[in-house]
Design a protein around this ligand. Structure first.
Ligand code: IMP
Length: 409
């Protein structure tokens, strides 16, 4: 079975934990977009792993982890991460693979990324990891692919500086390079988990352009990243948090404001530890935005949802969700493409009573307080998509399974 996990908000939804949880039943975990701009956190027993490039499935022994076709790979970061894993006792050799079609981030692309963003009229607040520049090089047909390290024709045409930087990686990476399309074909009888990075609203086409990343982070990217056709993907799971966050600039209609919500934004940031894994930047926080979630469900054909960080709301007497936008005095449930309209959008909110108790020990849906179930079921009905997994804490065990996502729809 081929199961896709994507972010249904602006990234940082907790995909790392969900992928790690689902990886138990997977044979292969393939990451398909972005690069070292991502930060996926996995907590296992007392150890916390922070991954940027390698699929979160690598933490589980014997799983094969693949960096797919649509990725942009910073080789320095990749080997730092692999060395870190080895140091933490994760044996990765022989089970981490990389697509010959993935593109390489050169050091100068990172500098160019930072410079370009600083000079923009509307800076995006990129992670400075050279992501946009590498994808632009690719679109210009000037990029360097992993396979080019072993292609004499291309290699000999690279500049002296490029070859000097890349040379040490050639031998290190040789045994890891695969034709991903063939690799996935050969594993077609097994369970393949496609791990998305960033989120729908940061997707180059579906997101809040130009305040987006440059990869195909929506569900459709999984097919390209795995070198297969879209009808071969069996199910799409969308991950969303009980509230919303966004890092960097750009529209965020349901963002908490001091005027309306007092210090709620700071409270949620502290309880939810909402700081970027990659850059350490504080994340902007806001109400759960059902208008945006509905859009994500529709545009990715999401079959089911995974709700994370519900426990962050444990101490709240009242919880609000955004059910529509008011733009120039008119209400809408559509997610607009225009930045101007998104910036003007005021959230129309619905209030729910909080549960005022810890959810951390809940292990079944029936054990959740009625207030928590009401909150979840309202969201499900609004977006017309069932919630199959509820996460009530960072570790693997703090997870409520309502339906096994590996079961076909
Ligand atoms: P870039 O991907 O570094 O070009 O950054 C573009 C935008 O996407 C910025 O607002 C980043 O903060 C955001 N971004 C990129 N990757 C992630 C991620 O994994 N989680 C959350 N935001 C991200």
């Amino acid at each position: 079975m081929k199961l896709v996990v994507i972010g249904a908000q602006w990234g940082d939804e907790g995909k790392g934990k969900i992928v790690d949880y689902l990886a138990e039943k997977a044979d292969v975990v393939l990451r398909y977009s972005g690069g070292a701009n991502a930060g996926h956190t996995v907590v296992l027993n007392d150890q916390t792993f922070k991954l940027h490039l390698i699929p979160s499935g690598v933490i589980t022994p014997e799983k094969q982890a693949v960096l797919g076709i649509g990725m942009v790979v910073d080789l320095e970061n990749l080997f730092e991460e692999l060395d870190g894993l080895e140091g933490s006792g994760i044996a990765w050799r022989g089970r981490v693979f990389i697509s010959d079609r993935a593109h390489i981030v050169l050091p100068q692309y990172k500098e160019a990324d930072r410079k370009r963003d600083a000079e923009r009229r509307m800076p995006i607040g990129t992670t400075g990891r050279g992501i946009g520049v590498t994808y632009a090089q690719k679109a210009h047909r000037d990029g360097i692919r992993i396979g080019d390290l072993f292609d004499g024709e291309v290699w000999n045409r690279l500049s002296k500086e490029e070859r000097a930087f890349l040379e040490p990686y050639r031998e290190k990476i040789r045994d890891m390079v695969v034709d991903v399309s063939r690799f996935i074909h050969e594993h077609r009888e097994g369970n393949i988990l496609f791990e998305g990075a960033q989120g729908t609203l940061l997707d180059l086409d579906l997101g809040t352009y130009p305040f987006v990343s440059s990869g195909i982070s929506c569900a459709a990217g999984a097919a390209i990243g795995g070198g297969i056709g879209p009808h071969s993907l069996d199910r799409v799971l969308g991950v969303f948090k009980a509230y919303s966050t966004r890092v960097g600039n750009g529209p965020f209609p349901s963002e908490f404001t001091e005027q309306r919500d007092g210090s709620l934004g700071d409270t949620i940031r502290e309880i939810g530890k909402e700081y970027g894994v990659t850059t350490g930047r504080p994340r902007r926080c806001g109400y759960l935005d059902l208008v945006a979630l509905s859009y994500a469900c529709r545009s990715n054909s999401i079959d089911a949802l995974c709700l994370t960080k519900l426990d962050v709301y444990d101490g709240m007497e009242e919880i609000k969700v955004c059910t529509a936008y008011s733009i120039n005095g008119q209400q809408t449930r559509d997610f607009p493409a225009a930045i101007d309209r998104l910036n003007k959008a005021q959230p129309v909110v619905k209030s729910f009573p909080g549960w005022m108790q810890s959810l951390r020990d809940c292990r079944s849906y029936a054990n959740l307080p009625v207030e928590a179930r009401t909150y979840i079921e309202f969201a499900e009905q609004y977006v017309q998509t069932p919630v199959e997994i509820v996460s009530v804490g960072p570790s693997r065990s703090e997870t409520i399974l309502r339906r096994n996502p590996w079961t076909p729809s």
